[in-house]
Design a protein around this ligand. Structure first.
Ligand code: NAP
Length: 268
């Protein structure tokens, strides 16, 4: 590991493809790197083929930087990230070529407010994700304090096709985990697959399911101002539409010094 004031140089230790365009990867973690579950890191990838890239995202060393939510637990020795390959995208097409042993830069600072400390009180934590927006919720689900604090943890994962239901085994496996099994009865997990029929999953978009009340019915928990604390992450249109729906029902965005019911993060 080498470092400068702004970032450390880490090593890719594992790459896991989920589909042709979805993969996750692990990196070494600097001992001094701190983050709160739900936050994102800024990752840098070096490259020589920078011609034509967006200069806003480039620094003078030809490093392309992007924000990535951290999927791993705050107590893990490694960092894990979950990514889509954006067709023609400067960063992800370069990232997708990286393999075990390659280097990746990690900014020393962590960012973002999709964290449970934005909330006060509340009994049910709702986590609504589309696509790779699942990542921060994986980190939150590995935080023991979250399991202790809430009566229910409700995870909604929306993807286009069944193979994109990444991490499903891990999510379903909390009840078999040595550390989480005692809490696992608190987890409710709803899968939405929008572009093909898959038994046991919902088919409509999360926004439609929210508006119709079908999501609450399916999960068996009602959205309630006193009990519900809601986090949204993923497709920016989903985040915006869900935010409007929920604020229309009287749920308020949490702001610094003014805790509400909602915390949101656009994923791109
Ligand atoms: P996605 O289009 O975000 O779809 C994932 C899930 O979200 C699907 O179930 C989809 O339903 C649903 N969804 C999409 N828009 C919605 C909305 N307005 N309201 C409610 N639900 C909505 O798919 P993805 O595979 O995660 O990403 C798609 C593309 O986004 C990628 O190919 C990439 O180009 C871009 N992307 C870019 C970045 C980046 O960092 N630049 C990151 C992630 C994704 P439907 O099937 O009904 O659409």
């Amino acid at each position: 590991m080498s470092s400068n004031d702004k970032y450390t140089t880490e090593t890719i230790t594992d790459v896991r493809p989920w589909t042709d365009s979805l993969f996750s990867f692990r990196t070494t973690r600097d001992r001094g790197y701190r983050f709160v579950p739900g936050q994102f890191a800024r990752l840098g990838v070096r490259g020589r083929d920078c011609a034509g890239e967006d200069p806003q995202h480039r620094d003078h060393d030809s490093v392309v930087w992007r924000a990535y939510s951290i999927a791993s637990a705050a107590h893990d020795e490694h960092l894990e990230f979950f990514s889509v390959v954006v067709p023609g995208g400067a960063f992800t097409s370069r990232l997708a070529k990286l393999k075990e042993g390659d280097e990746i830069l990690v900014e020393r600072k962590s960012y973002g407010f999709l964290t449970t400390d934005r909330f006060e009180a509340g009994k049910d934590l709702w986590m609504l994700a589309t696509g790779t927006g699942l990542a921060p919720f994986l980190s939150i689900l590995h935080d023991f304090a979250t399991w202790e604090r809430y009566d229910s943890l409700i995870l909604v994962q929306s993807v286009r096709t069944q193979p994109e239901l990444a991490y499903e085994d891990l999510i379903r496996g909390f009840d078999r985990s040595e550390y989480y099994a005692e809490f696992a009865h608190k987890l409710r997990y709803a899968r939405i697959v929008t572009r093909e029929p898959v038994p046991g999953t919902l088919r409509d978009r999360v926004t439609k399911l929210l508006a119709s009340g079908v999501l609450e019915e399916n999960i068996g928990v009602r959205l309630d101002h006193d009990r519900s604390r809601i986090m949204l992450c993923g497709n920016p249109e989903m985040v915006e539409d869900s935010r409007k729906l929920l604020t229309g029902r009287g749920f308020r965005i949490s702001r610094r010094g003014d805790p509400g019911h909602l915390a949101v993060e656009n994923y791109w």
